[in-house]
Write a new protein. Structure first.
Lengths: 308, 347
C-alpha cells in the first residue's frame, strides 16, 4: 500500500491542508502585531472561498480566482477596520458578527447561483522546479506545487524580514504594544492598524480561495470549516514569528494526512483517537511553546488618540 | 347558555387532555393539524440528506393539504430559538432533520407540547410526543457493495465519510458486507474526514484522493457538502491502474451534475415516511411506531446510471428481489465499532 503514489499524495495532502492555515495565520499574526485581534478571520476566508471560486469558474482562470478571493477577504476586513479600528467597537463582538454574516451571505449566494448545478473546476497544474521535480519521490513532494504554495513560502520569508529588519516592523510592534508611544512619536496608529487589518483580510481571503479553487475545486457553504479559528490559534502560538506559523500550519496539515493514513492502513486504534491527532499536536505545541507566549500588550484594545 | 356550557365542557376536556397527556397534543385530530415544519442543518439544495428531507416534507405536506415551514441552513449549533419560533408560527409537527437537533427538539417539544420527529434515536419513541425515522438504508448500501465488488478493477474499494452518525455507520457496514458477499478477496478501506466534517469539501477531496492513491478505484462516499469534494476527487484523480475512479453516493441523486464518474447512489425518498407521520398524527397514533425506508416501496433504491452494464444491473435487480422477498436479510448495525471491525477484517 505504501507506494510512491500513496506517499506523494499524503505529503501533498498535508501541504494543501496547511496552506490556507499558513496564509490566514500570517495575516492574523500581522493584525495581532499591530494590536487588532481579528476574530473575523473565518468570515474572511469564507468570503475568499466564495469569490475565488466564482471568479475562477466564470473566467476559467485560477489566477483571477485567487485575486478575487484576496479582494473579497479585503472587503470583509474593511468592515472590521471600520468598526474596530476607526469606530473603536469591541473587536471580538464585531469579529463574530462578521463570521456569522458572511456564513449567511455566502450560503445564500450559493443557493441562488449554484444549488442546482454545483459547478466544479478542473484540477490545477503545479509549478515544478525544472530538474529537481524529476527526483523520484522527493521531487514531486518538494519541488512541484501550486503557485500559491510558493507564494506562501515567499510571504513567510518576507514577513520575517519585515518584522526583524525594517522600521515598519518596529512601528507595527509599537502599535500593538504601546500605541500611545507610537502616536507621540508621530506615527499614525489608526492608519497602520487599518492597513494591517486590510492585509490580513486579503491573506485570509487568498487562503479561502486556495481551499475552493486549488484544493476542493468546488464551493459549498461553510466550507472554511473552522480553519480561520485554527489560524488564530496558530498565530497566537507563533509569538510573532512567521516561521512558527509555517511550522504550525504544516504540522497541522501533516497531522490531518497522518490521520487519514492511519485509518486507510487500518491501524487498530479507535477513529476518534486518531482524529484527535491534529488537535492534540496543536495542544502539545501550546504546552511546550506557548508558556512563554508574549502577545502584544495592547492586543484587542482600541486606540483613541488623546484618550487615557 | 348552551354555548357557554359547551365551551366550559370543551375547556375542561382540553384541560383534562393536557393533564393526561402531560401537555402534549397526543390526541390531535385531523382538523387541528394544518402545518408541519422541518429543520435542516444545511441548505435543502445539497443533493443529499438535507434536500431529500426538505423535498419530502414539501411533497408530504402538499399531498395532505398542509402548510409546510422550512427552516434550513441552521448549522449545528443551538436551535432552541428556531424551534420555539416554528411552534409559535403554528407547526403541529416539527421534523428535526439532523441527529444534532435531537436534544433541543426533545426539550422544546416537551416544553411547548408539540410532537417531534427525530433521527438516530429510536429509543426515544413516545406516544403522542416523539417518533424516530432513523433510516436503515442498509439494504440499499448492501446492493451498492455488491455493485462495487462487481465493478472494481483494482480489487480495492474505499469508504469515505464525513462523520459517524448511526445511519451512516449502518450503511458503511452494509456496503462492506455487500462487497464481501460478492467477493471476499476484495479489500475495503475506510477513512473519516474529521469530526463532523459535513461541509468540509476540501477535506473530502483530500481524503478521497488519499484513498484512491492507496489503490481504491471506487469510493462509497457519505458526506453532505463534503461529498462534492469526494466527487471532485474521483473526477480529477485517476485510479492507480490508470483507469477511471468511480463514486457511489448516498441519499441524494447527483446524476444531473455528473461528469461521467457517478456510478450509482443509495437514494432515500423520505416522502412515504413523512406522509405516514402526518397520517398517524391525524389518527392520534403518532409516537406508537418509528419509521423506516424500504426497497419494497422504492423509498430506498439503488440509482441506475448509464455507467452500470446491463448484465450487472440485472444481477442487482435479482438480489433486490431476494431482499424484498426476505430470502436475503441484512441486519442493521449502527455503531462505529462494527464498521471498524469489518473494514479491518482480513479474509
Amino acid at each position: 500500500m505504501l507506494s510512491e503514489t500513496f506517499l506523494i499524495t499524503l505529503f501533498l495532502g498535508a501541504v494543501m491542508a496547511g496552506m490556507p492555515l499558513l496564509l490566514a495565520g500570517l495575516g492574523e499574526q500581522l493584525s495581532e502585531r499591530a494590536g487588532v485581534l481579528n476574530i473575523g478571520l473565518e468570515g474572511m476566508m469564507l468570503a475568499g472561498a466564495w469569490a475565488g471560486f466564482v471568479a475562477a469558474w466564470a473566467s476559467g482562470s485560477a489566477g483571477l480566482g485567487f485575486l478575487a478571493g484576496a479582494g473579497a477577504g479585503l472587503v470583509v476586513a474593511a468592515f472590521m477596520a471600520l468598526f474596530c479600528v476607526i469606530m473603536a467597537l469591541n473587536q471580538i463582538v464585531v469579529g463574530i458578527a462578521l463570521v456569522l454574516a458572511v456564513q449567511g451571505l455566502t450560503a445564500l449566494l450559493h443557493f441562488v447561483q449554484f444549488s442546482q448545478s454545483y459547478p466544479r473546476l478542473d484540477g490545477m497544474q503545479a509549478w515544478a522546479v525544472p530538474g529537481l521535480s524529476q527526483i523520484p519521490l522527493l521531487g514531486p513532494m518538494l519541488f512541484s506545487h501550486n503557485p500559491v504554495v510558493w507564494l506562501g513560502l515567499a510571504l513567510t520569508a518576507a514577513m520575517a524580514f519585515l518584522y526583524r529588519q525594517t522600521n515598519l516592523g518596529i512601528a507595527l510592534q509599537a502599535a500593538g504594544d504601546r500605541p500611545a508611544a507610537l502616536d507621540a512619536l508621530g506615527g499614525n496608529v489608526t492608519r497602520l492598524r487599518v492597513l494591517t487589518v486590510l492585509t490580513t483580510g486579503a491573506l485570509a481571503g487568498l487562503g479561502g480561495a486556495f481551499m475552493s479553487v486549488a484544493v476542493a475545486g468546488v464551493f459549498v457553504p461553510f466550507m472554511s470549516h473552522g480553519n480561520g479559528f485554527i489560524a488564530i490559534v496558530l498565530a497566537m502560538l507563533a509569538r510573532g514569528r512567521p516561521l512558527w506559523v509555517l511550522g504550525g500550519a504544516f504540522l497541522f496539515g501533516a497531522s490531518l494526512s497522518m490521520t487519514t493514513a492511519l485509518q486507510v492502513v487500518g491501524v487498530n486504534v479507535p477513529v476518534d483517537v486518531i482524529q484527535m491527532l491534529p488537535f492534540a499536536m496543536v495542544m502539545l505545541v501550546l504546552v511546550l511553546a506557548g508558556r512563554k507566549a508574549n502577545l502584544p500588550a495592547a492586543l484587542g484594545e482600541s486606540f483613541e488618540r488623546g484618550a487615557r | 347558555m348552551k354555548k357557554m356550557v359547551t365551551g366550559s365542557v370543551s375547556r375542561m376536556v382540553m384541560a383534562l387532555a393536557l393533564v393526561l397527556g402531560g401537555g402534549w397534543a397526543s390526541a390531535a385530530s385531523a382538523e387541528e393539524i394544518d402545518t408541519i415544519a422541518i429543520m435542516a442543518p444545511e441548505m435543502g439544495t445539497d443533493m443529499g440528506w438535507n434536500q431529500q428531507g426538505v423535498d419530502a416534507a414539501r411533497a408530504a405536506a402538499a399531498a395532505a393539504g398542509l402548510e409546510v415551514i422550512v427552516a434550513e441552513n441552521l448549522g449545528y449549533g443551538d436551535v432552541r430559538p428556531v424551534l420555539r419560533e416554528l411552534i409559535e408560527d403554528g407547526a403541529d409537527l416539527v421534523i428535526g432533520h439532523a441527529a444534532g437537533f435531537n436534544t433541543a427538539a426533545l426539550e422544546i417539544g416537551e416544553e411547548m407540547g408539540v410532537p417531534i420527529a427525530i433521527a438516530d434515536m429510536p429509543e426515544k419513541l413516545s406516544k403522542g410526543k416523539v417518533a424516530d425515522y432513523t433510516g436503515t438504508g442498509s439494504d440499499g448500501a448492501w446492493l451498492a457493495g455488491r455493485l462495487a465488488a462487481k465493478m472494481t478493477r483494482t480489487g480495492i474499494v474505499g469508504i469515505v465519510v464525513s462523520g459517524e452518525p448511526p445511519s451512516w455507520n449502518n450503511m458503511s457496514v452494509a456496503f462492506a458486507e455487500g462487497v464481501r458477499a460478492e467477493n471476499p478477496a476484495i479489500e475495503v478501506r475506510y477513512a473519516v474526514i474529521g469530526p463532523a466534517a459535513y461541509s468540509d469539501a476540501a477535506g473530502g477531496k483530500r481524503v478521497a484522493e488519499t484513498v484512491i492513491a492507496s489503490g481504491a478505484d471506487i469510493i462509497f462516499g457519505q458526506g453532505n457538502g463534503s461529498s462534492f469534494g469526494m466527487l471532485q476527487a474521483v473526477e480529477t484523480t485517476p485510479a492507480t491502474d490508470g483507469g477511471k475512479a468511480w463514486f457511489i453516493d448516498v441519499i441524494g441523486d447527483k446524476s444531473s451534475i455528473d461528469k461521467g464518474h457517478l456510478l450509482s447512489s443509495v437514494v432515500w425518498d423520505l416522502t412515504p415516511i413523512y406522509s405516514a407521520m402526518i397520517a398517524d398524527l391525524q389518527a392520534g397514533n403518532y409516537g406508537t411506531r418509528n419509521y423506516d425506508i424500504s426497497l419494497a416501496d422504492d423509498s430506498l433504491r439503488l440509482l441506475k446510471t448509464d455507467h452500470i452494464p446491463a448484465d450487472v444491473w440485472a444481477e442487482l435487480e435479482a438480489l433486490k428481489a431476494d431482499i424484498v422477498a426476505g430470502k436475503i436479510t441484512i441486519a442493521p448495525k449502527y455503531d462505529a465499532a462494527s464498521v471498524h471491525a469489518l473494514v479491518r477484517a482480513v479474509e
